[in-house]
Design a protein around this ligand. Structure first.
Ligand SMILES: Cc1ncc(COP(=O)(O)O)c(C=O)c1O
Length: 461
């Protein structure tokens, strides 16, 4: 389910409401959110308004404690609820950077990458290759060559992948997983639904047996696992239960054909709270459901327990992130709407314009002031649809005020663009009152780096 209600009015002491330290995906804000002595909002012990003034805006703030808490929640729930070996792989498409990779690696998680860029970030961020899986529905030969050289597990999505891998003629057998579409419907935005049959991802289930038989004759391939992913921002648990049965059937088939398949990778998909009316399951509940369903489905079929892999992205990093903007112009259209424009928008957070997503925001220096104004927070890009929050209640805000938008740690920085040639924001990691720059702010001149002006078009001096 996507967040379908209007953006939330946070309300006084919102940061203390339904605080769930063990499952931050159920919180609106990072677990360290608090007020400082002057009533200003702080995260990781750092006043957000001060961070905005020190580092400039837009600014992505990442709370280390929240990120570590979610990573631990996955690790501990898997250890507690699954009777066999298990590993959570961070779906780095949610937010790929050296710092985030280093944090999740230090928490003992693995990682899922989908491009050469994400692979290189993972390796340089310290993720061991044996904990990396490489996805993608249209991998290039160069990307596959890199994956093979690095020794990561390749998730074959289609016949094209297998042809390219065979052409590479790897000297050592490649660890391979097969991704297939499990034919499971779930309620989420159609752009982030992937498990139904009409999907560009994975082998059609009808082809699974043919692929498995084909691989028996590929000396370069060592099939270690099966993979399926049903979608993202999902609040229901039943589709994940259903997936376990479908995957156990596939595992039975693979093993009966002689593949010593060890891993069952059930993908990601757990939703988070963007607005107060969102009510996602906890990480613990999600893991328990998946773990029990996989264990039961395997035991019903007499299968030795596989290693259970899952790939959380959003639920691992979203709540750790807060984006800070500076308020600029204000336009009041009597009887219609008041627009408050900020210095970022769809280039640093394309989710509202892409998925009609909703967010929660407050003024960083006056989070508890009465929200007596109804405004629409617009971005600075040349699109009428560049709106971050529609008709939300905020205290009266003027130019220079800092706006904090919550739950922006996933699919914001990683989906950002340079639309209108706007530089990408900086990112800081906060913890115990300390802020560290982990992504430098792009400069306008740097955007010209890849432009080439042919000699004949050069302006004459
Ligand atoms: C293959 C795969 N695994 C994991 C994920 C992560 O999903 P989420 O961020 O919903 O946990 C995605 C996201 O689309 C995906 O495509």
């Amino acid at each position: 389910m996507t967040s379908t209600t209007a953006a939330a009015i946070a309300g006084p002491r919102f940061y203390e409401a339904d605080r769930d330290i063990a499952s931050p995906n159920r919180n609106l804000t990072p677990i360290t959110t608090a007020l400082d002595g002057e009533g200003r909002l702080q995260v990781g012990g750092c006043a957000l308004g001060e961070l905005a003034r020190r580092y400039g805006t837009p600014l992505y703030v990442i709370d280390e404690d929240t990120l570590r808490a979610t990573a631990r929640a996955y690790r501990e729930a898997l250890a507690h609820h699954y009777p066999g070996p298990a590993l959570a792989l961070y779906a780095s498409k949610a937010n790929s950077s050296l710092a985030i990779t280093a944090l999740v690696a230090s928490e003992g998680l693995g990682l899922d990458a989908v491009s050469a860029g994400e692979l290189l970030t993972a390796i340089q961020g310290g993720m061991p290759p044996e904990r990396i899986v490489f996805h993608g529905n249209n991998k290039s030969l160069e990307e596959l060559r890199l994956a093979v050289e690095l020794g990561v597990t390749v998730v074959a999505d289609n016949w094209h992948d297998l042809e390219l891998l065979a052409a590479l003629a790897p000297l050592q057998p490649v660890r391979l997983m097969l991704r297939f579409t499990p034919g499971i419907e779930c309620h989420t935005h159609e752009y982030i639904r992937t498990g139904h049959l009409d999907s560009k991802f994975g082998f059609d289930p009808d082809q699974l047996e043919a692929v498995l038989r084909h691989l028996l004759n590929c000396p370069w391939a060592r099939l270690t696992g099966l993979h399926a992913h049903i979608g993202s921002q999902i609040f229901e648990l039943q589709p994940h239960r259903d997936l376990a049965g479908v995957m156990a059937e596939a595992l039975k088939l693979a093993r009966s054909l002689g593949h010593p398949v060890r891993d069952l990778n059930v993908g990601g998909g757990l939703g988070i709270r963007y607005v107060s009316s969102d009510d996602p399951p906890s990480i613990e509940a999600w893991v328990r459901t998946v773990a029990e369903a996989v264990a039961a489905a395997c035991s019903e079929r007499g299968l030795e327990l596989p290693r259970l892999l899952c790939e959380p992205g959003r639920s691992l990093v979203a709540t750790a992130g807060v984006t800070l903007y500076t308020v600029g112009s204000r336009k009041e259209i009597p009887g219609i709407r008041t627009y408050l424009s900020v210095d970022g928008g769809m280039s640093d957070n394309p989710r509202p314009i892409t998925y009609q997503s909703h967010y929660t925001a407050v003024l960083a220096d006056r989070p508890e002031a009465e929200a007596s104004d109804t405004v629409t927070v617009a971005g600075k890009h040349c699109e009428s649809g560049d709106v971050l929050l529609k008709d939300v209640a905020l205290p009266p805000a003027t130019s220079g005020d800092v706006l904090a938008v919550f739950a922006t740690g996933a699919y914001n920085a990683s989906m950002s663009s340079n639309y209108n040639r706007i530089p990408k924001p900086a990112a800081v990691l906060v913890r115990d009152g300390m802020a560290e720059l982990v992504q430098r702010r792009e400069q306008p001149e740097e955007l010209l780096r890849y432009d080439v002006l042919p000699e004949r078009l050069r302006p004459v001096a």
